[in-house]
Design a protein around this ligand. Sequence first.
Ligand code: C2E
Ligand code: MG
Ligand code: MG
Ligand code: MG
Length: 280
Amino acid sequence: KSKARQKGGFLFFNTQINQQVHKDLQVESALRLALKNNEISVVYQPQILIQSGKIHGVEALVRWNSEQLGQISPVDFIGIAEDTGLIHEIGMFVLEQSLADISYFNTSQEHPIALSVNLSPRQLNAPQFVENLVTTVSQHDLDNQLITLEITESLLIEDLTYASPILQQLRDHGFNLSLDDFGTGYSSLSYLSNLPINEIKIDRSFVDKLLTSSESDNLVRAIIAIGESYRLTMVAEGVETAEQLAQLSNYHCHIAQGYYFDRPLSLTDLSHKYSAKISS
Ligand code: C2E
Ligand code: MG
Ligand code: MG
Ligand code: MG
């Protein structure tokens, strides 16, 4: 009986893999055409200064509305883009589009807002990556100091000896570096002192658990205290409730981002909501 179940389990598993491979191939071929067909766009999620309630900046998030496959989440295509090398083109598109959009947005602002862009560690492997980035940014009206590059720690740590000097060059050019999804990967305290980062984004899974137990509250409080001791800017992602925000404020977290404030917004919606607010 147990053998049959095993066999059934194996077959089921196998079919699942086949379906996944088939889906990945479909996504890959559609993705190759997506940039050409204007299916890729960028939305912006505000990052709010917890103390003042004012907007600090936005995180650029890629969107893909495929004619063949419908709306596809970056979670389902960034990995494929990384494996196929398409991440270089997509990453450059997101950078150019967001630089253009936010420098335009800033023309209506008394104080310019900052821009965070997600960077795949794979992009660091491109020849002349730093030079290309610097050139691209210099073609827009946004200071390097206003730009943060977010990198998730998991892929970064795989290739640390290669990535470290490149990250340092980026810092030397004035860009800010943020460790994204902090706490989900191989987070080791030694990385915090060895990597040239100046910001940590506390993963949503920790923010989610705030106020559910004193253990999880203490964990978030400890992460913020550690970041503080390294003089890092602490950003909480996935803030959904006023209670979570209040607790983060109690723990002296600097910046919050999440549905409590805004979903990721089109440039138009961002302008409608935040242009008037800032000047008032
Ligand atoms: P991330 O960088 O950690 O971005 C945060 C994700 O959480 C976004 O999902 C955002 O829409 C979502 N989010 C924000 N606030 C809340 C909230 O309050 N509740 C919940 N449940 N979710 C919230 P999204 O846009 O689907 O992006 C997923 C991931 O895909 C990103 O995670 C990032 O790792 C990656 N990604 C997105 N855009 C890019 C890009 O341009 N380049 C690269 N390399 N990766 C990207
Ligand atoms: Mg991010
Ligand atoms: Mg994140
Ligand atoms: Mg995340």
